[in-house]
Write a protein that binds this ligand. Structure first.
Ligand code: AMP
Length: 364
């Protein structure tokens, strides 16, 4: 029996473990929090910091293949380990995604269009970036930003002054894209073949994913096919293996790379019930060296993220036990507003039906 090691014990780790077990593998998980959700199911637990070299070495030693569900694992600890252990995704896609400037340069080099951008490290370079890109624009910290944290929209020249405190750390200024909507694609590659999950439309609230509507009905087959093909080409060009999620802004018939993550993605949670195979299972198949399976959408599907403020509503919906309504709570011990506590997948549901029947059940 093979053992899969997972760096990170959040809900992504938990869902990787479920699929690993279904495919007959054991798991060992590393997380600094003793009550991390994934520890509820993992066969072995290592409670340690993500950058603890001895603990990571121990995780690798106990595993046949190691993956990560946490993006900020430092290269200084992962690079030496990938030479000696089987970490088939490697550090490279993490490295490419850990700095927004490098991430965008890499996306362009890999054939993806991006919003205009420029580095902003001090007042002079920020003013130069505004002169180059124009306003409105979005200032983001280059590293450690997520879910809209570390971002500021600059609308007028007067906003530059307000943005200066952000420049305590290196930043990137991006053209503000007045997109029609956001969409994402999740891909799994074994290095030569790529399987691609159906593309959904994503709705964010306060920078956090709120809803996914699959398929993205606003895109026709040609546009969805072009986005999937661009993602596949990008993955192969970069030589990435394993799982990759790419978020795009869609404007008219064009799409612009926003960001990527070399791990299962929140916008792919719908695949568990909404597709014939899911993002976690294909990642595990890749890790086990098994042939990948091409996913198919079972029916139109809606995924609603459950943040702390919607937990009670989700529990009530779970108790109703309705067909096609899959409530998944992650078992986090502390609920806070804006903390991802679970998600609900509605299989066989259109955006219009969701809006008419379900939207009112959640906090506006
Ligand atoms: P991010 O953390 O980069 O994914 O940004 C969080 C959210 O902010 C995105 O999902 C968008 O809704 C919005 N956003 C980020 N960058 C831009 C941009 N360049 N133009 C317009 N909206 C943006």
């Amino acid at each position: 029996m093979k053992t899969i090691g997972i760096i990170g014990g959040g809900q992504l780790g938990l869902m990787i473990i479920e699929q690993a077990h279904l495919l007959g593998a054991r798991t060992v998980c590393l997380d600094p929090a003793a009550d991390a959700p994934a520890f509820a199911l993992s066969d072995e637990r290592i409670v340690a910091a993500y950058d603890d070299p001895a603990a990571l070495e121990e995780l690798c030693r106990r595993s046949d293949a190691v993956t990560y569900e946490f993006e900020n694992v430092p290269g200084s600890v992962l690079i030496p380990l990938e030479k000696r252990y089987n970490i088939p995704q490697g550090f490279r896609p993490l490295y490419d995604s850990q700095d927004r400037l490098r991430e965008k340069e890499n996306a362009r080099a890999g054939g993806l269009a991006t919003p205009e951008y420029a580095a902003a490290d001090d007042e002079a370079s920020l003013r130069a970036a505004v002169a180059k890109i124009g306003l409105p624009a979005v200032l983001k910290t280059r590293t450690l930003g997520y879910d809209g944290h570390g971002q500021l929209v600059l609308k007028t020249e007067a906003d530059i002054e307000k943005a200066l405190p952000m420049l305590a750390v290196p930043c990137i200024l991006e053209q503000f894209v007045p997109f029609d909507f956001e969409a994402s694609v999740v891909l799994v590659s074994d290095g030569s073949r790529v399987v691609t999950f159906p593309i959904g439309r994503n709705v964010h609230r306060d920078g956090i994913l709120d809803l996914c509507f699959v398929p993205a009905g606003e895109m026709d087959d040609e546009l969805r096919g072009r986005m999937a093909a661009a993602g596949e080409r990008f993955m192969l060009t970069c030589g990435y293996r394993g799982i990759l999620a790419i978020e795009f802004f869609v404007k008219g018939r064009e799409f612009f790379f926003n960001e990527m993550a070399p791990r299962p993605h929140n916008s792919g949670h719908y695949t568990i019930e909404g597709c014939t195979t899911n993002q976690f299972r294909e990642l595990v198949r890749f890790l086990l060296g098994e042939p990948l399976q091409e996913p198919r959408l079972v029916a139109p599907t809606v995924m609603k993220n459950i943040l702390g403020q919607d937990l009670e509503a989700a529990e009530a919906i779970a108790a109703e036990n309705r067909p096609g309504v899959h409530v998944r709570l992650y078992g986090k011990t502390e609920s806070r507003p804006k903390r991802k506590m679970g998600h609900i997948t509605f299989v066989g549901m259109t955006p219009a039906e969701y809006g008419a029947v379900w939207a009112d059940r959640f906090v506006k």
